[in-house]
Design a binder for this molecule. Structure first.
Ligand SMILES: *[C@@H]1O[C@H](CO)[C@@H](O)[C@H](O)[C@H]1NC(C)=O
Ligand SMILES: *[C@@H]1O[C@H](CO)[C@@H](O)[C@H](O)[C@H]1NC(C)=O
Length: 141
């Protein structure tokens, strides 16, 4: 193959690749058919203090849920300083229409810049809160 022929072949390859991407993009749901649902996290909020090993209900607002949700299966992860801490998963496999899910506070380092991330259609961060402890009393709220 002459270099120019190779270049032409390469160009044709990328052009066909673009065509594939265009097709994929048009196969995605049209706006309005299915809505992205990003429910705001209500608890924990700014000022919340959790102790390691306690159980708490993470809650979120489901009042503006659309009729059709792209992904109704929720997952809650822990984040610190705005970055999800993988692979810490606090809860998974619940419906994001539930509005709450009980989680156990993980044994992470004491800090005041934690947040929970509610994943469904997209990740929605709670305000920053504190994890400290451990809890001395059983059932301490
Ligand atoms: C959280 O509360 C603290 C103290 O009350 C305040 O300084 C801070 O600005 C608050 N942060 C947010 C995001 O509301
Ligand atoms: C979470 O909420 C459920 C239902 O309201 C309740 O039964 C459960 O005791 C709560 N868990 C905690 C840790 O408060």
């Amino acid at each position: 193959m002459k270099p120019t022929t190779a270049f032409t072949t390469l160009c044709l390859f990328f052009v066909s690749l673009l065509g594939v991407f265009a097709q994929l993009a048009s196969a995605l749901p049209v706006n309005g058919k299915r809505d992205v649902f990003v429910p705001p996290v209500l608890y924990p909020h700014n000022g919340t203090v959790w102790k390691k090993g306690q159980r708490h209900n993470v809650t979120w607002d489901t009042s503006n849920a659309p009729a059709q949700i792209t992904n109704a299966i929720g997952e809650i992860r822990l984040a610190q300083a705005g970055e999800p801490i993988f692979p810490v998963i606090l809860a998974t496999g619940f419906s994001i229409l539930d509005g709450r899910i009980e989680v156990e506070v993980p044994w992470v380092a004491t800090a005041s810049d934690y947040s929970v991330v509610l994943f469904g259609d997209s990740g929605n961060f709670s305000p920053a809160f504190t994890i400290e402890g451990p809890s001395i009393f059983d059932g301490d709220e």
